[in-house]
Design a protein around this ligand. Structure first.
Ligand code: BGC
Length: 385
């Protein structure tokens, strides 16, 4: 913390040479699974309840294309989707592309060739999928977008996701409340770690976050010493934990030699782990540990929240998301009506995709028991391991 200073005075000169921008990330950054994923514990037990077996599935097959197993949430998403679709009698072809864009294209091509009746796609880079989506449409195979919007296509029927702008506002409001920004007499330093530029969710999260925080940057209550506050300057290609760590290390070395970093506003638990490693490396302790945000409430993140090395995360119940997505699969295959609660926000540049937005919830030390443990997402035992 420091007395308020004008943000205009901040030096930005060193930034360009110090930091890895989101456009410069090499393919090699994308592959390494995070160590934390070993602990991935699919909170899938409840999913069996979600749907009663139905006769209509008639041996129909659903292709589920997921982006990566390098972060826990997608492992849970895949497991939940498979369990819930199988409970309804569908055959499921679940594939992970490990953040390799071309591998995802091939997987979807193979699914089409193998005669799936419906595709569920959580994209890596949806702009690379436009042709394969057109092929699916040509073959009469409906597509449901899962969590990430499929851009630039008219081949998508529905979209199941969380309120992505709401994720950003929830993170922003958490920071606003915890630091009492509205009444602050001192300023706080902050750095931003935003999501992948090829993921529409990342842009929406940023918009929601800045809706809350921009006024405090403007009036000097929040001070970003690197000067990197735009989406383009803070986005991290393919949500790479390694790049987040590297950026944080560079910020700490370049701008925080004489003053502590108070807030790491990150868009993903993986980024929070990267910041944690960078801060430990720079000698931060419980005495000066910053407020660190995240997203997904992964098991590792929830443990870190309990231990105090991450402050909060956004809990997204992947069981519920899968449930909503399954109703969309049924709708396109069996002519049923799925529940939709947004017909405005998700314009993919070609059509406005009818969507169901699940509600994200901010979790921290004070409410994780109620939200996460009582909600049956993780058990006390898992969190204690
Ligand atoms: C999802 C987030 C996730 C991120 C990185 C986004 O599209 O909405 O929940 O943290 O991807 O995997």
């Amino acid at each position: 913390m420091k007395k308020k200073v004008l943000s205009a005075l901040l030096s930005v000169a060193m930034v360009a040479t110090l930091l890895v921008g989101c456009g410069s990330s090499a393919e090699t950054e994308t592959a390494a699974p995070a160590a934390e994923t070993e602990e991935a514990a699919a909170p899938a037990a409840e999913t069996e309840e979600a749907a009663a077996p139905a006769a209509e599935s008639n041996g129909k097959k659903v292709g589920v294309a997921m982006p990566t197993q390098s972060s826990e949430r997608w492992i849970n998403d895949g497991a939940n989707m498979k369990a819930q679709l199988e409970a309804l009698g569908y055959e499921v072809d679940l594939q992970y592309a490990e953040d390799d864009v071309q591998a995802q294209v091939s997987q979807i091509e193979n699914m089409i060739a193998s005669g799936v009746n419906c595709l569920v796609i959580a994209s890596i880079d949806s702009s690379a999928l436009v042709n394969v989506e057109a092929q699916a449409k040509e073959a009469g195979i409906p597509i449901i977008a899962y969590d990430r919007l499929l851009m630039d296509t008219d081949a998508v029927s529905y979209y199941a996701t969380f309120d992505n702008k709401g994720v950003g506002t929830a993170i922003g409001k958490y920071i606003e409340e915890k630091k009492d920004l509205a009444n602050a007499t001192e300023s706080y330093t902050i750095e931003f770690f935003m999501g992948s530029p090829d993921d529409n969710n990342a842009h929406m999260l940023y918009a929601g976050l800045m809706e809350v925080l921009q006024p405090y940057l403007d009036n000097g209550t929040l001070v970003c010493k690197s000067g990197r506050t735009s989406f383009d300057d803070t986005c991290i290609l393919r949500w790479s934990q390694e790049t987040a760590q590297q950026n944080c290390e560079n910020y700490l070395t370049g701008f925080y030699a004489d003053e502590d970093l108070d807030i790491c506003a990150t868009a993903f638990d993986g980024f929070a782990y990267g910041c944690k490693a960078a801060l430990e490396g720079a000698g931060y302790t419980a005495e000066n540990w910053p407020l660190i945000t995240g997203q997904d409430a992964e098991l590792m993140a929830t443990k870190n929240i309990i231990a105090g090395t991450q402050t909060m995360s956004i809990y997204k119940d992947t069981r519920l998301l899968a449930e909503k997505c399954v109703t969309m699969v049924q709708a396109v295959l069996e002519g049923e009506e799925p529940e939709i609660n947004d017909t405005e926000q998700y314009n993919n540049n070609v059509i406005v995709v009818p969507s169901y937005l699940c509600t994200p919830v901010a979790v921290d030390k004070d409410n994780y028991k109620e939200i996460i443990v009582d909600g049956g997402y993780y058990t006390e035992e898992q969190l204690a391991e």
